[in-house]
Ligand binder design. Structure first.
Ligand code: PLI
Length: 457
C-alpha cells in the first residue's frame, strides 16, 4: 500500500471536465503555449501551483464565518499573531496580502543599492524584490542542488565556502542579509537541515549578519527534518519549526502554501527594529497593520491553517502523495529530480527532450505538450523563469530546466496522480516527435507569467 490513507474525508466536491483533443490543441495555441495563460475552464487537473490552491478544512471554513471585518484591531489578526507565536516562535508579525507583499516590505527595508543578498537558490519574486531596491541576489546553495540526479537528503543546504567567498569578495558590509529558503522551490522542493541552519547562525554571528528566512514551505521542510535528520525522529513538528526559526532574525512567508488557504502572507521577526520599520511601511503599501491587505476572515483561515498544516499526520499524507506520483514516473525511467520534493514532482526537461536546444525552451515546450496530451496543467521552471541577467540583459540558462507538477494540498486523489503519470509516460514514449518553441512576446518583469510562444515546425 502507498503511504497512509488520507487523514480526512471529502465533504464538498467541484466538478471538472476533460476538454476534447481538438479544444486542448486550440486552447494551448490561444494561450501562446504558456500554461499561465490557459483558462482554468480548459484544465482538467491543475498542477500549475500549490499556491492558494489548497482545500480548506471545515474548521477553517467555520473560522471564515467569524471574520471580524473592523478596519482596525480585528480579533482575527490577534489570532493570527498568536498562531505565529505558537507555531513559529516569532514575537512580532506584520500581515500582508501574500508572500510578495512581505518580500517587498522586508527587502526594500533591508537592501541598500549595490548590496548583495546570498540565498540558497533564487526564487522569482524574491529576486525581483532584491533587485528593485538596487541589490543583487547570489547563489549559495550546495552544488548537489544543481544536479537533478544527486540524492543528497538536504539539497537545500547552504554551502559555507560559497558564502565565505562572497564575504571575501564583497566585504561583510556589502551583504544586506543572508536569505535562506525552506524546502527550496526551484531546486525541486528540497529541504535544509537543522544542522545547516544552526551552523549558519554561528557563521553569521561572527560577521554580525542578519538571517532572513523565506519560510513559505517550512512545515514541509520540518517534516523532512523529522524523517531524515538524526535526533528528530519523534520530535513534534512544531518544536522542529520553532527551533528552525530561532536561528533567524525574521522571515517572509506566503501563507498560500503550508497554511492551506487561498490568500494571505506575513512577515514575522524577533527583531523590534525590523518590526517597527516594516509596520510603518505596511500602511503605505498593503493596509493597516492589523490586516495588511487580508480580510478578517482570511486571517482567521490562515491562523487555523498554520496550526493544521503543522500536524504530523497531515504532513505524512501530503508528502507521500507527492512521492506516489514521483515513484510512478521513476519506475518506468522518466527523468525527474531526486529525491522527490515536498510540494511537487519536477521533470528534467533536458533529459526528457535532449534534441531541443536551450533557446527552444525545452521545459516550456514540455509543459505545453503535457497539456495538449491530457489537459493536465503544469509549469515551466527553467530558463524562462530565471529571466535575463540584470546587468548584461542576456538570457540565463540555469542547469535546472524543469517542468513542475505541483500538487495542491488535499485537493486531488491518487487516481488523479495515476492519470497524470500515464500522460507523462505516454509523452515520454514519443518524445522525439515533440518540436520546440520560439518566444514571440516577453514582458519586462517575471516574464514566465505572460510570455507568449509559437510552435516551431
Ligand atoms: O505568491 P506569493 O506572493 O504569496 O509568494 C511568493 C513566494 C515567495 N517565496 C516562495 C518560495 C514562493 O514559492 C512564492 C510563491 N510561489 C508560487 C506562486 C509558486 O507557484 O511556487
Amino acid at each position: 500500500m502507498n503511504g497512509p490513507a488520507e487523514p480526512f474525508k471529502i465533504k464538498v466536491v467541484e466538478p471538472v471536465n476533460l476538454p476534447s483533443e481538438q479544444r486542448r490543441k486550440e486552447a494551448i495555441r490561444e494561450a501562446g503555449y504558456n500554461t499561465f495563460l490557459l483558462l482554468s475552464d480548459d484544465v482538467y487537473i491543475d498542477l500549475l501551483t500549490d499556491s492558494g490552491t489548497a482545500a480548506m478544512s471545515d474548521n477553517q471554513w467555520a473560522g471564515m464565518m467569524l471574520g471580524d471585518e473592523a478596519y482596525a484591531g480585528s480579533k482575527n489578526f490577534y489570532h493570527l499573531d498568536q498562531a505565529i507565536k505558537d507555531v513559529l516562535g516569532y514575537n512580532y508579525t506584520v500581515p500582508t496580502h501574500q508572500g510578495r507583499g512581505a518580500e517587498h516590505l522586508m527587502y526594500s527595508y533591508l537592501v541598500k543599492p549595490g548590496q548583495i543578498v546570498p540565498r540558497n537558490m533564487y526564487f522569482t519574486t524574491s529576486k525581483v524584490h532584491v533587485e528593485l531596491p538596487g541589490g543583487k541576489m547570489v547563489d549559495t546553495i550546495i552544488d548537489e542542488a544543481h544536479d537533478p540526479e544527486s540524492t543528497h537528503p538536504f539539497k537545500g543546504n547552504v554551502d559555507f565556502k560559497k558564502l565565505q567567498g562572497f564575504i571575501d569578495t564583497y566585504g561583510a558590509d556589502k551583504i544586506a542579509f543572508v536569505n535562506v529558503e525552506m524546502d527550496v522551490n526551484m531546486a525541486g522542493g528540497q529541504p535544509v537541515s537543522m544542522e545547516n541552519l544552526r551552523k549558519l547562525r554561528e557563521f553569521c554571528d561572527d560577521y554580525k549578519l542578519k538571517i532572513i528566512f523565506d519560510a513559505t514551505r517550512s512545515s514541509e521542510n520540518a517534516y523532512f527534518i523529522r524523517e531524515r535528520e538524526k535526533g528528530y525522529e519523534s520530535t513534534p513538528i512544531i518544536e522542529i519549526l520553532r527551533e528552525m526559526m530561532s536561528y533567524s532574525d525574521g522571515c517572509i512567508y506566503s501563507s498560500k502554501k503550508d497554511c492551506l488557504v487561498n490568500i494571505g502572507g506575513f512577515l514575522a521577526t524577533h527583531d523590534k527594529e525590523i518590526f517597527e520599520a516594516t509596520r510603518s511601511m505596511v500602511v503605505v503599501y498593503e493596509g493597516l497593520h492589523t490586516y495588511g491587505g487580508m480580510a478578517g476572515r482570511d486571517m482567521e483561515a490562515v491562523a487555523r491553517g498554520l496550526r493544521e498544516g503543522a500536524q504530523y499526520e497531515y504532513l505524512k499524507y501530503r508528502i507521500n502523495q507527492v512521492r506516489y506520483l514521483g515513484e510512478l514516473l521513476i519506475k518506468v525511467g522518466v527523468p525527474i529530480v531526486r529525491p522527490i520534493g515536498g510540494h511537487a514532482v519536477f521533470l528534467n526537461a533536458l533529459k526528457f527532450l535532449p534534441h531541443l536546444p536551450r533557446d527552444q525552451w525545452p521545459a516550456q515546450t514540455l509543459a505545453g505538450a503535457i497539456y495538449e496530451d491530457s489537459a493536465v496543467r503544469t509549469m515551466e521552471r527553467g530558463a524562462i523563469s530565471k529571466g535575463r541577467d540584470s546587468e548584461t540583459g542576456e538570457n540565463i540558462f540555469p542547469k535546472l530546466e524543469l517542468v513542475r507538477l505541483t500538487i495542491p494540498r488535499r485537493v486531488y486523489t491518487n487516481t488523479h496522480m495515476e492519470y497524470t503519470a500515464e500522460s507523462v509516460i505516454n509523452l515520454y514514449g514519443k518524445r522525439n516527435e515533440i518540436n520546440g518553441l520560439k518566444m514571440v512576446y516577453e514582458p519586462k518583469y517575471l516574464r514566465f507569467f505572460q510570455a507568449r510562444f509559437e510552435k516551431l515546425e
